[in-house]
Design a protein around this ligand. Structure first.
Ligand SMILES: Cc1cc2nc3c(=O)[nH]c(=O)nc-3n(C[C@H](O)[C@H](O)[C@H](O)COP(=O)(O)OP(=O)(O)OC[C@H]3O[C@@H](n4cnc5c(N)ncnc54)[C@H](O)[C@@H]3O)c2cc1C
Length: 463
């Protein structure tokens, strides 16, 4: 086996594996070091893919009770076979991780199994083997953020990883953190029967999301049975005879309330993962939050060492990591590659979904940008009415002078797919008028995007 490569990528998550594949496609000899026993990183093994499998199945389960009767479909009370549900999820992981393995073989990328340590610029040690590399890419991703004094045992006090494998539906689930992961996994177990309480430090869930969307979403989740303790912090979790006792205080300080629950899910974010990589020894700089510092071309302060994905600054999203991986591979192969950070969509895969791209109204106001806003509710969309899925709306924000689209925010069924129309328009520097003048297939939910565009400077047809 050759020990010299044009490129050695450390970490086979979405950032690392896409970087490796693109570099190989462009003619570089590539090795990818991965210590997990499967490729695909957090995303395919314990993140995006398994969580979406559980969200999909649990949504259908909830539909049997909440949506089927109105359509005249009578199947009686549904029962959950949790073992089979977890098998369904495991099969999704298996299929996807094996897919990456196939792509590695197809592109002649060597998967070097084990933990990679950067021994020196141009040298990566994996066990006894030393790989020589013209360039090294750090794509080691992120790990669960922990709270001091609250020990995760992945049984009663769990992280997102434990929330993908619970062997029993808890009667009560307390989620610490009202971000994307907490709300998605809270939704899964809530639909399967758990009473879900979310404790969030800030005064609103989904920090950074458009305020109007958050208000709407919070109301919808409450209707689904979520209970929220906003502006509150968990200070202690104690094991009791049966279950857990959770001490909760107002974020600003005040009287402690003790809540009882069966399982606590710690979902307070993720932190860059660089453990054991040997960064200090080679002198690669990290920032205050432990993220690898890079310049605009993903280069660290050490020549020949680059970094991408969750381990560097920016949104911790699989598609952001993928875009960076591809752009870097293109640059290393002598081509041009770039990531447009202004147009990175974000999706919350709850029911309904929440999706956004670009600036929120709050951001535009803070930046003093004058804008027009067009909004269209799904209650006025023909397809949504036919399907009885009328919750939510599409909102388009466009520059007051030029009409260039600055932000799009959607809450509704399939928002995660609909947002891509906005991404395309924004990538081409499109205006709301561009969207308003396009022909959309009828009847589709996407017509709500056209109508919201019509509402930016004029009037929608169906309102
Ligand atoms: C529950 C959950 C749900 C999520 N859902 C979504 C979603 O729906 N959409 C979305 O966009 N994002 C989602 N994310 C985030 C997404 O998973 C990450 O943004 C993405 O995986 C980051 O990719 P990456 O390549 O940077 O790193 P990772 O996917 O974390 O991969 C890094 C890999 O490096 C390996 N590694 C680390 N150190 C070494 C070493 N020294 N040697 C060898 N190997 C090493 C690790 O084992 C790991 O496999 C979710 C995350 C979680 C936890």
């Amino acid at each position: 086996m050759a020990d010299a490569f044009d490129l050695v990528v450390i970490g086979a998550g979405p950032g690392g594996y896409e970087c490796a594949i693109k570099a190989a496609q462009l003619g570089l000899s590539v090795a990818c070091v991965e210590k997990r026993d499967r490729l695909g990183g957090t995303c395919l093994n314990i993140g995006c893919i398994p969580s979406k499998a559980l969200l999909h199945a649990s949504e259908l389960f909830a539909d049997v009770t909440h949506a089927f009767p109105a359509m005249g479909i009578e199947v009686g009370a549904p029962k959950i076979n949790l073992k089979q549900l977890l098998t369904f999820k495991d099969e999704a992981v298996d299929g996807n991780t094996k897919g990456v393995e196939f792509l590695f073989k197809k592109n002649k990328i060597e998967w070097v199994k084990g933990e990679g340590v950067i021994a020196a610029p141009g040298k990566v040690k994996v066990g006894e083997r030393v790989l020589e590399a013209k360039n090294i890419v750090i794509a080691t991703g992120s790990d669960v953020a922990r709270l001091p004094g609250i020990e995760i045992d992945e049984k009663q006090i769990i992280s997102s990883t434990g929330a993908l494998t619970l062997s029993k539906v808890p009667e009560r689930l307390l989620v610490i953190g009202g971000g994307v992961i907490g709300l998605e996994l809270g939704s899964v177990w809530g639909r399967l029967g758990a009473k879900v309480t979310v404790v969030e430090f800030l005064d609103a869930i989904l920090p950074g999301t458009d305020g109007e969307v958050v208000k709407n979403f919070t109301r919808i989740l409450k209707k689904q049975g979520f209970e929220f303790k906003l502006g509150s912090k968990v200070t202690k979790v104690e094991k009791a005879k049966s279950g857990l006792k959770v001490s909760v205080e107002p974020a600003a300080g005040g009287e402690t309330q003790v809540l009882e629950t069966d399982v606590v899910l710690v979902a307070v974010g993720r932190v860059a993962y660089t453990q054991g990589l040997g960064l200090e020894a080679v002198g690669v700089k990290t920032d205050k939050r432990g993220r690898v510092e890079v310049d605009g071309s993903f280069k660290t302060n050490v020549d020949g060492i680059y970094a991408i994905g969750d381990v560097i600054a920016g949104p911790m999203l699989a598609h952001k990591a993928m875009e960076e991986g591809v752009a870097l591979a293109e640059r290393l192969a002598g081509h041009w590659g770039d990531v447009n950070y202004d147009v990175i969509p974000g999706v919350v895969y709850t029911s309904p979904e929440v999706a956004s791209v670009g600036k929120t109204e709050e951001q535009l106001k803070a930046e003093g940008v004058e804008y027009n806003s067009g909004k269209f509710p799904f209650t006025a969309n023909g397809r949504a009415k036919a399907n009885k899925t009328t919750e939510g709306f599409v909102k388009i924000l466009a520059d007051k002078t030029t009409d260039r689209i600055l932000g799009v925010h959607i809450i509704g069924v399939n928002a995660g797919e609909l947002i891509q129309e906005a991404v395309v328009a924004m990538e081409f520097a499109g205006s709301s008028e561009d969207i308003a003048r396009m022909c959309f297939a009828h009847p589709t939910l996407s017509e709500a995007v056209k109508e919201a565009a019509l509402a930016v400077t004029g009037l929608p047809i169906h309102m």
